[in-house]
Design a protein around this ligand. Structure first.
Ligand code: HEC
Length: 241
């Protein structure tokens, strides 16, 4: 009987646990607008300047940024620091193993990160770094606790510190507060991160487009091959009857 009771209790507890872990921190809405080319261009520039040193985006070709209204020369001059030809993909010079040694985890490829994590998560993540001296990098993050990535945009945003509140037994972060201003205001920083997340969201899409094109190509090939096979069959069976 006691066993059964325990079992029933467990059954009841499971959904509660699932709900609790799903809640997580509140996410801020990312200002994504894929038809705003100026924002996407600013985001692309931020991406190559601040992220590409560590992260790759291997399904993204530089030349594809022509879709953002940039000419090939503009792409070469402003965005290509790590490649020679616009047809190259956004790889990274850093060795994955070495990166893992430095940071404790390897920086993942960001080609489709917006679809893996969601734009709102990215927007909150990139604005959610705060000072934490117990961490090796000196930084922690509200949506990615104990993250191995340092706050690479800190000189822009400045240094945020957490304001705590009591929630039952625990202390939790209520919000972040600016302790040391960066080179731009917090509103300007939000706008910059908005552009960057807009770009990351766009970057996940063309990869999808490319796959769709490949799918169409395969279908076209199958249709063509069907015709070939049909006439071949006709040819082979011609003399049998
Ligand atoms: C100094 C190297 C470095 C730079 C520069 C850097 N990152 Fe990271 N990033 C990392 C590392 C290392 C991780 C892995 C963190 C972990 O797993 O704890 C990471 C993780 C991430 C993640 C979480 C991935 C996931 O889902 O697990 C995102 C998103 C991200 N970085 C975005 C960015 C963006 C956007 C930029 C540019 C503003 C950037 N990073 C610049 C090192 C870097």
């Amino acid at each position: 009987m006691k066993r059964l009771k325990n079992f029933l209790f467990l059954l009841m507890a499971v959904p509660v646990i699932a709900v609790a872990s799903e809640e997580g921190p509140r996410l801020d809405k990312a200002p994504v607008n894929l038809s705003d080319q100026a924002s996407l261009q600013r985001g692309a520039r931020m991406f190559v300047n601040y992220c590409l040193n560590c992260h790759s985006a291997v399904s993204m070709r530089y030349s594809r940024m022509q879709d953002l209204g940039l000419t090939e020369d503009q792409i070469k001059e402003n965005l290509m620091f790590a490649a020679e030809k616009p047809g190259e993909t956004m790889t990274v010079g850093m060795d994955k193993k070495e990166a893992k040694n430095w940071f404790g985890s390897a920086p993942p490829d960001l080609s489709v990160i917006a679809r893996a994590r969601g734009s709102d998560w990215l927007y909150t993540y990139l604005r959610g770094f705060y000072r934490d001296d117990t961490r090796p990098t000196g930084w922690n993050n509200v949506v990615f606790p104990k993250v191995a990535m340092p706050h690479v945009l800190w000189s822009l945003q400045g240094e945020m510190v957490p304001v705590m509140k009591k929630e039952g037994e625990h202390e939790v972060i209520e919000r972040l507060e600016l302790a040391k201003p960066g080179s731009v205001t917090l509103a300007e920083y939000d706008a910059m991160v908005g552009d960057l997340v807009n770009y990351l969201t766009w970057m996940g899409e063309p990869a999808q487009l490319e796959r769709k094109q490949l799918g169409l190509f395969v279908l076209a090939f199958l249709a063509f091959f069907f015709v070939v096979a049909y006439y071949l069959k006709k040819e082979f069976w011609k003399d049998v009857h």
